[in-house]
Write a protein that binds this ligand. Sequence first.
Ligand code: BEZ
Length: 211
Amino acid sequence: MAIRLGDIAPNFTAQTTEGEVDFHQWLGDSWGVLFSHPADFTPVCTTELGAVAKIKGEFAKRNVKVLGISVDPLESHHGWIKDINETQACTVNFPIIADPERKVALAYDMIHPNADDKATVRSVFIIGPDKKVKLTITYPASTGRNFLEILRVIDSLQLTAKHKVATPADWTEGQDCIVTPAVSDADAAKLFPKGVRKIKPYLRYTPQPNR
Ligand code: BEZ
């Protein structure tokens, strides 16, 4: 079944390259990114896992744990990690789920039979500390993901979870935010002492409140 925003992320136990993981327990109070790969020893996936390994510190700074998944078996993952480390000049420093029975892939609807009936698509799930799904994105096998975009979304999710703002198109950390429509002008003036710039009654900007 499709997983929608606000749903509790399905829990599972799985073998990973860093031991058995009970997903919810493993997440603890952290945010999580679960991202799938069509298969081991494939070129785009190899670059993606290398890219994530290199910015693991950026995820950690945001209290986010990352967890990859591919439906190939554990032994294959370990061999592949050697190749990833060699070719991407990195050290894979996060667990990758081995899901040969496709239990996790099916629970997260990562197999789209009209695209490929065996391999997973490139799914991303961002999960909050409340275990609820905050974002889903789906890329085809042919297109590698932009993990700086994932970090950008996490910045927005974490900000908007705490403050009554939304973030505009292409927003990045430090730029002005949008006052959410439910906040009255009077309340906005109190909530955002750095000022509110009103372009239209529904379009009001304020400096990022947590900086
Ligand atoms: C890749 O990761 O390179 C890939 C996987 C499946 C289909 C096409 C590309």
